[in-house]
Write a protein that binds this ligand. Sequence first.
Ligand SMILES: Cc1ncc(COP(=O)(O)O)c(C=O)c1O
Length: 396
Amino acid sequence: MIKVKPSKILESLPPYLFSRINEKKLEAYAKKLDVIDLGMGNPDMPTPQHIVERLCDSVRNHPNTHRYPQAKGMPRFRRAASEWMKQRFGAAFNPATEVLALIGSKEAIAHLCMTYLDPGDVALVCDPAYMVHFNGVALARGKIHAMPLTEENDYLPDFGKIPKRALGRAKIMFLNYPNNPTAAVAPKKFLKEAVNFCRRNNILLVYDNAYSEITFDGYVAPSIFQIPGARSTAVEFHSFSKTFNMAGWRVGWGVGDEKLLKPLEKFKSFLDYGVPTFVQLAAACALESSQDVVRRQCEIYQARRDKMVAGLNKIGWPAAAPKATMYLWVRVPERFASMGSLNFCEALIKKTGVALAPGVGFGSCGEGYVRMALVTHINRFHDALLRFKEVIKKGF
Ligand SMILES: Cc1ncc(COP(=O)(O)O)c(C=O)c1O
């Protein structure tokens, strides 16, 4: 066998957060444990039927959709995304030049890093964060400057704490609210501060809005483009994965000024052929149809949130109810605090079959916390809570 090593940068990256937990999950299945998976943020509900029908009809009856797609997105898709942005946020984007189809926003985040960063350029990344914000920068040979998100500061970064040296070399900042993993939301005052900060310092603000539609208690999440001045400094990514339960379809969109978005389109043109046409048509149908399906889905997540939060507090595991996302971000129970979040999650799945995501997997500032993804039927929560209660009482 020849000896070819993967690149140093690839080798330097730790295995994907969920690999270790997945291993334990497989072991739990092998031992015939009744696994309750609250680990990955993978929506359990099906894609609404009218969207599925649209895909089937396109594939079956329109063979031209089997050909290579238009990489930047077909006009129909871009018009639908532009119209949705206008209806939802009052933000107008020219579908011809200011909207880009994405193979999911994960793809776009990673490729945007390669589009904009030269080796050594700095990206400002929240810690904890959705891991692609970190790994996309690392794979592009950029330098990560972590901005800690703390409970005391409502999980918002403090721009005043970024050292001058890092700021001088910073090209990109990632922000994501409603936030994964902390489930925090950002007040408009903070977003104004972020836009002004990025404009002042010549930084591209990448606003990851994957959870904009998963909100509760009447809270409505904003777009960064509702903030004056954002057009000159920001791009925003949206995803169908959570909004329409289309995580497996791999489709999203980006919006922003042509000058900021065009380089990503160019970069992607060397790598991919875009989103399959039949997926684009179904995704356009999702945006153009009644959004009642999204509201109903939020009601389901809200009921799950309420049940799990009440249950956790009842068994002595303090938890607050977030205004958005399908996640709960809670401290590792007091009794196990010294184990660290990864060991706690590994022991938990081994002992009880309940999978959670360790906070440290989202960055070092996530240590001490776990993320519960409420992506399983509410009738499983009673069992999960009983198992938590037992472990908290008796230990592992
Ligand atoms: C904050 C955030 N951004 C982006 C994504 C990826 O979304 P997509 O499925 O569109 O790639 C996720 C997925 O969990 C996420 O949590």
